[in-house]
Design a protein around this ligand. Structure first.
Ligand SMILES: C[S@@+](CC[C@H](N)C(=O)[O-])C[C@H]1O[C@@H](n2cnc3c(N)ncnc32)[C@H](O)[C@@H]1O
Length: 280
């Protein structure tokens, strides 16, 4: 059996070109207002999500930023320009790292950005290297959530800010997951190369065991869930279908399974979790 990291690498190596062609450089949800009712163009919604997150976490400035699970550098380049900061992005996919570097060159941001293939659970950075650690929709891929959070915290400078945003399942303190919910999650895990997800209170508990303070969490499921309808609508235009045929079975399967996420939100099973904190 192939290792998880290798599966994730191959998944993003194979699918990132098509994603960029159809949906652009941001590989994350969009923001449609607090209750998800605002109508807007998909890319605008994705950029709004970045801005809303920065506002929510009260990130006013940053000089050394780490983007953990950077995709093709959508957020990295945005943050580099927005804060006139140095940004390092890491991904498991060499194809993504190369594409992010090429995009940085094209945007005139090569001097202030670098993209590496590295594992978020064992990062090649010294302790206290960054004053802002940003991780948008990569935590769901991490098999060891504790190790992941420890690493995010380790590389932060004292006083530095962490903003981690990830797919979760619903809280389980009132009622454990049902068999049917578990089966639904297993399908999502299989299709999107995820080991498992946890609930936001569980992330908060992990954060409380680390040298972090001002820990805050929020569930933005309502604000982002409409994204899946938009993606489903645009996934089956002729250009996307031709692209899918050239991107291999895993990518086709991921596209055919978009409904799993839509219904996951509808039944309250999938949650979009935010956690921010400051390093002690
Ligand atoms: C859904 S994409 C999100 C990309 C980006 N944050 C964005 O919003 O455009 C998930 C990213 O997480 C990365 N990733 C998954 N597991 C990782 C790991 N163990 N170490 C580093 N990156 C990882 C993938 O390579 C991919 O770039």
């Amino acid at each position: 059996m192939q290792g998880l990291n290798q599966q994730i690498q191959q998944f993003y190596d194979a699918s990132s070109g098509l994603w960029e062609q159809i949906w652009g450089e941001h590989m994350h949800h969009g923001y449609y207002g607090v209750d998800g009712t605002l109508k807007k163009e998909r890319r605008e919604a994705q950029i709004d999500l970045i801005e809303e997150l920065l506002t929510w976490a009260d990130v006013q400035q940053a000089t050394e930023i780490l983007d953990v699970g950077c995709g093709i550098g959508g957020s990295s380049l945005y943050l580099a320009a927005r804060f006139k900061a140095s940004v390092t992005g890491i991904t498991l996919s060499p194809v993504q790292a190369q594409r992010a570097s090429d995009r940085a060159k094209f945007a005139g941001l090569s001097q202030s950005t670098q993209f590496l293939v590295a594992d978020a659970q064992n990062m090649p950075f010294a302790d206290h290297s960054f004053d802002f650690v940003w991780s948008l929709e990569s935590g769901e891929h991490m098999p060891d959530k504790m190790k992941f959070m420890q690493e995010l915290c380790r590389v932060l400078k004292p006083g530095g800010k962490l903003l981690m945003v990830t797919w979760c399942h619903r809280p389980i303190d009132q009622q454990p997951l049902t068999e049917d919910e578990q089966a639904h999650l297993e399908e999502i895990y299989r299709v999107y190369c995820l080991p498992h997800v946890i609930s936001l209170p569980e992330y908060e508990q992990i954060a409380r065991s680390l040298p972090l303070q001002n820990i805050r969490t929020a569930d933005w499921s309502k604000a982002v869930a409409p994204f899946w309808e938009v993606v489903i609508d645009s996934a089956f235009n002729p250009m996307a279908i031709v692209g899918l045929l050239f991107s291999g079975w895993k990518t086709i399967e991921a596209a055919l399974s978009l409904n799993l996420m839509k219904t996951g939100y509808e039944r309250g099973l999938i949650r979009f979790g935010l956690l921010s904190a400051t390093k002690e």
